[in-house]
Design a protein around this ligand. Structure first.
Ligand code: FPP
Ligand code: MG
Length: 300
């Protein structure tokens, strides 16, 4: 199945979307895709086939999100912990990802027409070199797009992301771009792999597991967390509808909590123009460094 599966919705699905759209639609939804291997076991098929079915469900889900009007999706496809799985399974997952990123590069015109930004978040240096190259090329190919955003978390954990952000800040202080008192939550946020994104409004985890497994711990401080008991390959339009309804019910409470938190921060922060200039300069230098690194990976 391709990345951009276009499905014909039934009249009832279309009606449900209209009803959902009377309420608040989350702008950014994050998914922990869990349960591919249990699904494979249930169907008495191979683990590899379970992951392929997982990809097909991802493709269908992206189409439902597009129909519903969800602008940004982030998916946890491979955690740093997943490198501890059998060599065979890791290789199969890497081969599947390689194949899917090659397809994306071939679909350049379609990606451009639809204005889709695709970005891999994670420590991509841990991935095989050929996959790193494809990821960097897809990132550069889609860099100017912003109609729909897909973030693919690979070789990702939140703890690694936060450690990486700290390393960038230490680099900034070593280069005399920052002083220690510049460090605050806005600066850390700008140094995360997700710096381009708003934080997820809704996080969905499948397979009945009720934990975050080191995924977007910083970014989900005020997200609606929805745990679904179905295995990821069985995730359906109706499961997505249920999750959005859950979000619509809790949205007012979450908004209120967010308002209280931002009020507290504003009263703590005195606007210091020198600090602002230093941080802007540091962020520009950081982006230049990241851009150079990406371009060098794309051509390696
Ligand atoms: C979790 O189920 C799933 C994964 C670790 C892999 C998810 C990957 C895909 C859906 C394909 C990704 C494709 C691209 C292009 C990146 P699990 O293996 O933990 O299953 P279990 O919980 O039943 O053991
Ligand atoms: Mg699992």
């Amino acid at each position: 199945m391709s990345w951009f599966e276009v499905q014909d919705l039934t009249w009832f699905q279309k009606l449900c979307i209209k009803i959902l759209q009377c309420g608040k639609i989350p702008e950014h939804v994050a998914f922990i895709l869990d349960g591919n291997r249990r699904y494979a076991k249930k169907l008495k098929t191979t683990v590899e086939a379970g992951h392929v079915s997982g990809f097909d469900t991802l493709s269908r889900t992206l189409d439902w999100c597009r129909h519903i009007g969800i602008k940004e999706v982030t998916v946890y496809t491979f955690s740093i912990e997943n490198f501890k799985r059998s060599k065979e399974e890791v290789n199969e997952l890497m081969a599947l990802a390689k194949n899917k990123f090659e397809e994306l590069l071939k679909e350049k015109e379609r990606v451009k027409e639809n204005g889709i930004r695709i970005k891999v978040i994670g420590n991509i240096s841990l991935l095989p070199e050929d996959l790193q190259r494809l990821i960097a090329r897809v990132d550069l190919m889609t860099a100017g797009n912003d109609r729909a955003i897909l973030n693919i978390a690979m070789a990702y954990t939140s703890k690694e992301e936060m450690t990486h952000a700290m390393e960038e800040i230490f680099w900034g202080t070593r280069e005399d771009l920052l002083v220690p008192s510049d460090v605050d939550d806005d600066l850390i946020n700008q140094c995360l792999y997700t710096w381009e994104s708003n934080h997820p409004d809704l996080l969905i985890r499948t397979s009945g597991e009720v934990r975050l497994s080191d995924f977007m711990l910083w970014q989900t401080a005020y997200s609606c967390l929805h745990f679904s008991s179905v295995l990821w390959p069985e995730f359906s339009f109706w499961e997505l509808t249920k999750a959005i309804l859950h979000y619509q019910v809790v949205h007012p409470t979450i908004q209120e909590a967010k308002c209280v938190a931002s009020r507290k921060c504003r009263s703590c922060n005195q606007l210091d123009p020198q600090k602002k200039n230093r941080i802007d300069h540091f962020i520009n230098k950081l982006r230049e460094k990241e851009d150079l690194a990406l371009k060098s990976i794309a051509t390696m």
